[in-house]
Design a binder for this molecule. Structure first.
Ligand SMILES: Cc1cc2nc3c(=O)[nH]c(=O)nc-3n(C[C@H](O)[C@H](O)[C@H](O)COP(=O)(O)OP(=O)(O)OC[C@H]3O[C@@H](n4cnc5c(N)ncnc54)[C@H](O)[C@@H]3O)c2cc1C
Length: 407
């Protein structure tokens, strides 16, 4: 039976993880197949998260939240991913909107005026989450080099009296049609625009000029409902900025671990694939005949290999989230790319091994493994740190110091 976390103080980490486990086991996992089949958003899960107090996980305690820091968020999110990947992935978009503007932004170098403005802006957003149970999304991707961190965003924010006019298009906007606010990354409309002009603004879902378009029938992570957002002359008041002008660029540069927050979801999926395999080989999957397959040496070796891969992945995950901080040294930054790569690739590899080990019956749609397999495939594709881009960064940054060039 789930309980409710009040906010205003940070609960014990085990209590938070325990609550997510109970919700996941009793509610999210049994619902996951239906949301996956229909490719619809798990509103019931979000009602449960709201009732349990978990929507305010990353809101600082002085604003009435649970005050989760980076590591706490990652551990709680990994537990959620173990029970339902799509809920965990969308929860990442919501919770990180508060994590980034809260404790991570606190660490940045900024003027006193910017700090005061940040405090005023985020107080409004935190209040919406704590008092109204609002849900935030993070639509950044545009199908250009911007989401990879290689070019300014094409979505433009033009300064007008009292606010901003937003024009542009965002693809793969998880929580499309479900979020109350879309935290959009755009570029301030001015001559010679660069990535330093990135602006982070919350667009209310009911703002005139905002439409959700396109269909959504993907391979995996179907319940994220990541459709397209089109914004045409959407007016957003100044107080809806999520950060003062120019601060997002500083955050993206100084806090690289903020781009690793998608990976706890997939850490959870990796665990789920292993859990399922053990249950299946022991003949203990609910609703299935109690046929044991654990006595075959090949199965024992396969599950041993899965366990080793899972532990290797988890060890790197725990090390990296423990050392996450502003302006990390080179080693920690490289390890961050390596961790993202490892989790995303190993989650899919563990699902592949799970299906091969458990056999044909295990991949029927009546069981969760084939959904885990499809969901796990999505992790490596997610910008800004796709598996390819992690390799790209690692290849360059291991061999070149900043500013170094070949003749
Ligand atoms: C289930 C799901 C949910 C998502 N939810 C969100 C969300 O809520 N918000 C959001 O902003 N995005 C979201 N995304 C989008 C995701 O982060 C990527 O933007 C999207 O998958 C990019 O797809 P693409 O084919 O357009 O990539 P492209 O930009 O066409 O890139 C294709 C591949 O080329 C490589 N590549 C790209 N740029 C470069 C470069 N400059 N140099 C070298 N290689 C490069 C990358 O490996 C990339 O995978 C989601 C994606 C999925 C699958």
């Amino acid at each position: 039976m789930a309980t409710k976390l009040a906010g205003g103080t940070t609960p014990d980490l085990d209590a938070m993880i325990g609550l997510v486990r109970t919700l996941g086991q009793e509610k999210f996992a049994p619902r996951a197949a239906r949301y996956d089949a229909d490719a619809t958003f798990p509103f019931e899960n979000y009602d449960d998260l709201r009732d349990a107090g978990l929507l305010k996980l990353c809101v600082p305690t002085r604003h009435g939240g649970l005050g989760a820091d980076y590591r706490t968020y990652c551990l709680v999110a990994a537990e959620m991913g173990r029970w339902d990947g799509a809920t965990a992935l969308t929860f990442n978009m919501h919770a990180c909107s508060q994590l980034w503007t809260g404790p991570l932004a606190d660490d940045l170098d900024m003027t006193a005026a910017d700090r005061a403005e940040l405090e005023t802006l985020r107080a409004g957003h935190f209040r919406r989450v704590v008092e109204e149970g609002a849900i935030y999304a993070q639509p950044f991707s545009e199908g250009s080099a911007a989401a990879a961190g290689k070019a300014p965003f094409g979505t433009l924010a033009t300064k007008v009296d009292g606010g901003w006019l937003i024009n542009g298009k965002k693809i793969f906007a998880s929580l499309a049609g479900a979020a109350n606010y879309y935290g959009v990354l755009c570029t301030e409309d001015k001559p010679d625009r660069t990535m330093r002009d990135t602006h982070y603004v919350a667009v209310p879902a009911d703002a005139p000029g905002l439409t959700v378009t396109g269909d959504w029938d993907p391979l995996g992570m179907r319940a994220t409902v990541s459709r397209t957002l089109v914004m045409k002359d959407v007016f957003v008041p100044d107080q809806m900025q999520l950060m003062p002008r120019g601060l997002y660029f500083k955050a993206a540069t100084a806090w690289p671990h903020m781009f690793m927050t998608l990976s706890p979801t997939y850490m959870g999926i990796a665990q789920a694939a292993y859990d399922f395999t053990v249950q299946y080989l022991r003949g203990e999957v609910p609703g299935q005949p109690p046929v044991k397959r654990r006595m075959y040496p090949t199965k024992q070796i396969a599950v041993a290999e899965m366990y080793i891969k899972l532990q290797q992945t988890r060890a790197l995950f725990e090390r990296t989230i423990a050392e996450a901080r502003v302006n990390p040294g080179k080693e920690a930054r490289l390890r961050c790319y390596a961790t993202q790569y490892t989790i995303m690739e190993n989650a899919n590899e563990l699902c592949r091994l799970a299906i091969r080990t458990c056999g044909g019956q295990s991949m029927l749609k009546s069981l969760p493994l084939e959904r885990l397999y499809r969901d796990s495939r999505c992790g490596s594709l997610m910008l800004p740190w796709t598996a390819e881009l992690c390799l790209d960064r690692l290849g360059r940054e291991t061999l070149y110091e900043p500013g170094e060039q070949d003749d």
